[in-house]
Design a protein around this ligand. Structure first.
Ligand SMILES: Nc1ncnc2c1ncn2[C@@H]1O[C@H](COP(=O)(O)OP(=O)(O)OP(=O)(O)O)[C@@H](O)[C@H]1O
Ligand SMILES: [Mg+2]
Length: 254
């Protein structure tokens, strides 16, 4: 690990998809730095490339051009096996469409990252206890043996959140993590995520269309036409909308 290197850094990321009707250019040179303990929100119109960027930040996909660094190390150039080991140990991801395993029950789904960390060995009683605790915390203690298709969308979303937290990651990447939750449940889940981020100096990167959620983050970046158009810096750990909107300093890639 390099001294003073940010936890994650993207430099001039480009990503495009070759389609039968031509190339779709999604990211056209996005740079951002994410420090340990930061709470960053990514906003932008539907189709702007937010999920694409989140997947690159999590090392789930590789950029067409540009570089990704994890603690100063060239993450983008690592072989997939090294990237996935880093991901299992350090990164939790809540996917926009959850990506739960349909043949596994709720408890087994939450334990998947533990299995990945143990090279597919069986999770021990401690990990099982932690999975139950997390599921109870998101209000699903009574659904442990259900399969994903036997759950509502919001319940599946909460399983995905518990799964992302099971290895106690330094970095939580969450793609519209409360998009399917009612206001009360969503707020409870968010209170937990923000508390965890503050107490344990965990870094939280959230994609959302919800301005109220954005205002709880220290920093908001906007994607537009494949570029990061602005970045608002909020006060550290400002959770009040009024305080959060009081500081507006352009930083990344503006
Ligand atoms: N696998 C793929 N193949 C081709 N095009 C893709 C692929 N994945 C994404 N795209 C295109 O990239 C663009 C950005 O998609 P992305 O999912 O990142 O958007 P988003 O900002 O997350 O949108 P939303 O707010 O609707 O979730 C879209 O126009 C989409 O059609
Ligand atoms: Mg998306």
């Amino acid at each position: 690990m390099s001294d003073n290197a940010p936890l994650l850094e993207a430099r001039n990321l480009e990503k495009s998809y070759e389609m039968p009707k031509g190339r779709v250019e999604v990211l056209k040179g996005v740079s951002m730095r994410i420090e340990a303990g930061e709470q960053v929100c990514i906003m932008g119109a539907s189709g702007a490339g937010k999920s694409t960027l989140l997947h690159l930040l999590g090392g789930l996909d590789t950029p067409g051009a540009g570089e990704m660094f994890a603690e100063g190390q060239p993450f983008h150039a690592w072989p997939e096996s090294r990237r996935s080991a880093f991901r299992a140990r350090r990164i939790g991801i809540v996917f926009q469409s959850y990506h739960l395993m349909p043949d596994l029950n709720v408890l087994e789904n939450v334990l998947m990252p533990v299995r990945a960390l143990r090279r597919w060995g069986s999770p021990g009683p401690r990990a099982r206890g932690e999975a139950r605790r997390l599921l109870e915390r998101v209000g699903l203690g009574h659904r442990l043996t259900h399969r994903p298709m036997e759950l509502s969308g919001g319940e599946q979303q909460r399983v995905a959140i518990a799964r992302a937290l099971i290895n106690d990651p330094d970095i939580l990447l969450a793609d519209e993590p409360t998009g399917n939750l009612d206001a009360d449940t969503g707020n409870r889940v968010l209170d937990d995520l923000f508390a965890l981020s503050r107490e344990r100096k965990r870094c939280l990167v959230i994609v959302t269309h919800d301005p109220a959620l954005a205002s709880r983050c220290q920093r908001v970046v906007y994607l537009e036409d494949g570029r990061m158009v602005s970045s608002k810096t909020h006060l550290p750990f400002a959770n009040e909308t009024a305080i959060a909107h009081s500081a507006e300093i352009p930083t990344d890639d503006t």
